[in-house]
Ligand binder design. Structure first.
Ligand code: NAD
Length: 498
C-alpha cells in the first residue's frame, strides 16, 4: 500500500515512526493509502533544517523570494487538475470545487509575489533636529502551520506563501485525513527553486502538534481547525512564548429579509449550505427568514432544490455534492439529524435515507441534503457546528430579533443578509458582531489581498490570515532612529523635542 510520509530538507523523508493511519477515499469507502504519523524527532529534524536555512532565506532580497513564489504559482496553474484530483480522492469534494479551492489558495501566492512592496517600511526625516527614523518588518524565524481536513491545499496556502514571502521558514502539519496535497505543494516549491529546508511537511496527529507547541525554535504557529483545538493551541502556544493565530469553528447565519428575491436567495443558499457537503467553515448552516410569510416562501423555494441535489462521487462531473470525509463524520452528521427530529424540528427534506446506487460507490460516506424547519436556538442542531449538508431554518419576526439570534451564538465567523433594502444592509454590516459579512453574497470569503478571520469563538489571537494581517503576523516591527552629529552633550532628562 502507498505510504504518504514527510517532506524535510527538500526531499521525501520516511522517518522511523511505527504509527500509521489509513487514508480513505470517501466516495468508495475504500482505503486508498496510509499516512505516517510522525514523532517529536521528525519535528526536531524539520525544525533543525528550517532553522539552518533561516538566516540565508530571510536575508535574500524579497524580490528573489517573490520570483520563486511566482514560479510556484505558475506550476500550480499548470497542474491544477493533478492537485484537484488528489484532493477529491481523499476529501471527497467535487473536482470543480477542489479546483476552486486550489485557485483561492493560488491567489494568496499571487498576493505574496508582491513581497518587496508588502515589506516596504516607513521613513521619517527629521523626527528631531538631524534625526531620522525608519521601520522595517523582519521575519520571525521558523514558523509552523497546523491545518484542517476541509481545505487541504487552500488553508496551508493562506499561511505559507505570506510566511515565506516575509522571510520565514516553514513547517506544515497537514490534516492526517487528506495528506497528499501537502506533498505536492512541497515538491512543486522545490521545483520552483525554493532552497532545501525552507518549507517542510511533517505528517501526524496530536503527538507532532504537541512537539511543535513545545519546540523552542518555533516562533509562531498558525492554526485552522475546530474551536476546542484552536483554543488549546492558542493557550499552549502563547504560554510557551510563541505568536499564535488560531482560527476555529463556525455556525454561519444568513438573514432573509421579506423584500429579498426568494429564488435568487434560494439559489445562493443552495451552494453555500450544501457545497462541499457543508464541510466549509464559511458554509451557511442557518437561515433566518424575517417577518410573516418569509419562512414559508424561502422553504418552498429551497425544498425542490434540496430534493434535486445530485449527490455522488466527486470525480463524477454530474455530482453537485460529494460524500463526507469519514465514516465517523457521516455517523455524527446522521446523529445530529436524529437529534433535530427528536427535539422537535420539522424535517422538510431528510437526507438520512440517501442510498448511493452508482456501482462501486455504494459504501461511500454519503448523506443526502437535509432541510430542517422551525429550529429553535436551544436545539443541538442549532447550537453545534454539524459540518454536514444540514441546513436549519430559524424563523424570526423582526430584523432586530434576527440580529439578536446571531449575537447569541458563540461563533462569529461569517454571516450574510439577503435584501434589496440598502438601509437594512448597511445597518447589518456596520453593527453585526461577526468577522466576515456578505450582502447578497452567501459565502463572503475575503480575497487574498484582504484578510480572513472571524470573531468570538471563531478565532483566538489577534491577526486574521493573509492580506495585510498575514504580513503583520509573520513579521515583527523594528524601528531605527539615527543621527550623525559631530559632538554630543550628556543629557539626563528624557529626550524631547522641547
Ligand atoms: P480539527 O480541529 O479536528 O483538526 C485540525 C488540526 O488539528 C489537524 O491538523 C489535526 O491533526 C490537529 N488536531 C486534531 N486534534 C488535535 C489534538 N487533540 N491536539 C492537537 N492537534 C490536534 O479540525 P478538522 O476536523 O480537521 O477541520 C474542521 C474544523 O475546522 C471545523 O470546526 C471548521 O469550522 C474548522 N475550520 C475553520 C476555518 C476558519 O477559517 N475559521 C477554516 C477551515 C476549517
Amino acid at each position: 500500500m502507498k505510504t504518504i510520509s514527510h517532506y524535510i530538507d527538500g526531499k521525501p523523508y520516511a522517518g522511523n515512526s511505527e504509527r500509521t493511519q489509513p487514508v480513505f477515499n470517501p466516495a468508495t469507502g475504500q482505503v486508498g493509502s496510509q499516512v505516517t504519523l510522525g514523532t517529536p524527532q521528525d519535528i526536531d529534524t524539520a525544525v533543525a533544517a528550517a532553522k539552518r536555512e533561516f538566516p540565508a532565506w530571510s536575508k535574500m532580497p524579497a524580490l528573489r523570494r517573490a520570483r520563486i513564489l511566482d514560479k510556484f504559482k505558475n506550476i500550480l496553474w499548470e497542474r491544477m487538475d493533478e492537485m484537484a484530483e488528489a484532493i477529491t480522492l481523499e476529501h471527497g469534494k467535487t473536482f470543480d470545487d477542489a479546483k476552486g479551492e486550489v485557485t483561492r489558495g493560488l491567489e494568496v501566492v499571487e498576493y505574496a509575489t508582491a513581497a518587496p512592496t508588502l515589506l516596504k517600511g516607513d521613513f521619517s526625516e527629521n523626527v528631531g533636529s538631524g534625526v531620522d527614523s525608519y521601520n522595517a518588518r523582519q521575519a520571525l524565524g521558523v514558523v509552523a502551520g497546523i491545518t484542517p481536513f476541509n481545505f487541504p491545499a487552500m488553508v496551508p496556502m493562506w499561511m505559507f506563501p505570506v510566511a515565506l514571502a516575509c522571510g520565514n521558514t516553514f513547517i506544515l502539519k497537514p490534516s492526517e485525513r487528506d495528506p497528499s496535497a501537502s506533498l505536492l505543494m512541497a515538491q512543486w516549491l522545490s521545483e520552483a527553486g525554493l532552497p532545501d529546508g525552507v518549507f517542510n511537511v511533517v505528517q501526524g496527529d496530536k503527538e507532532v502538534v504537541d512537539a511543535i507547541l513545545a519546540h523552542p525554535d518555533v516562533k509562531a504557529i498558525s492554526f485552522v481547525g475546530s474551536t476546542p483545538i484552536a483554543k488549546y493551541i492558542y493557550i499552549t502556544g502563547i504560554t510557551n512564548g510563541k505568536r499564535v493565530q488560531a482560527l476555529g469553528g463556525a455556525k454561519n447565519h444568513a438573514i432573509i429579509m421579506p423584500d429579498a428575491d426568494m429564488d435568487m436567495a434560494a439559489n445562493a443558499i443552495m451552494g453555500a449550505a450544501y457545497g462541499s457537503a457543508g464541510e466549509r467553515c464559511m458554509a451557511i448552516s442557518v437561515i433566518v427568514p424575517v417577518g410573516e410569510g418569509t419562512g414559508d416562501k424561502i422553504v418552498a423555494a429551497l425544498k425542490p432544490k434540496v430534493e434535486a441535489l445530485q449527490v455522488g462521487p466527486g470525480l463524477d462531473s454530474e455530482s453537485e455534492m460529494g460524500p463526507l470525509v469519514t465514516k465517523q463524520h457521516q455517523e455524527k452528521v446522521l446523529s445530529y439529524i436524529d437529534a433535530g427530529e427528536a427535539e422537535g424540528a420539522n424535517l422538510v427534506v431528510d437526507g438520512r435515507g440517501f442510498k448511493q446506487t452508482k456501482q462501486g460507490y455504494e459504501d461511500g460516506y454519503y448523506v443526502g441534503g437535509t432541510l430542517l424547519d422551525n429550529v429553535t436556538s436551544d436545539m443541538s442542531v442549532y447550537r453545534d457546528e454539524i459540518f454536514g449538508p444540514v441546513l436549519s431554518v430559524v424563523r424570526k419576526d423582526t430584523f432586530a430579533d434576527a440580529v439578536d439570534l446571531i449575537h447569541g451564538h458563540e461563533y462569529a465567523n461569517g454571516t450574510s443578509i439577503f435584501t434589496r433594502d440598502g438601509e437594512a444592509a448597511r445597518n447589518f454590516a456596520q453593527n453585526i458582531e461577526v468577522g466576515m459579512v456578505g450582502i447578497n453574497v452567501p459565502i463572503p470569503v475575503p480575497m487574498a489581498f484582504h484578510s480572513f478571520g472571524g470573531w468570538k469563538a471563531s478565532i483566538f489571537g489577534d491577526h486574521a490570515m493573509h492580506g495585510a494581517e498575514g504580513v503583520r503576523f509573520y513579521t515583527r516591527i523594528k524601528t531605527t532612529t539615527m543621527r550623525w552629529p559631530k559632538t554630543l552633550d550628556a543629557e539626563f532628562k528624557m529626550p524631547t523635542l522641547g
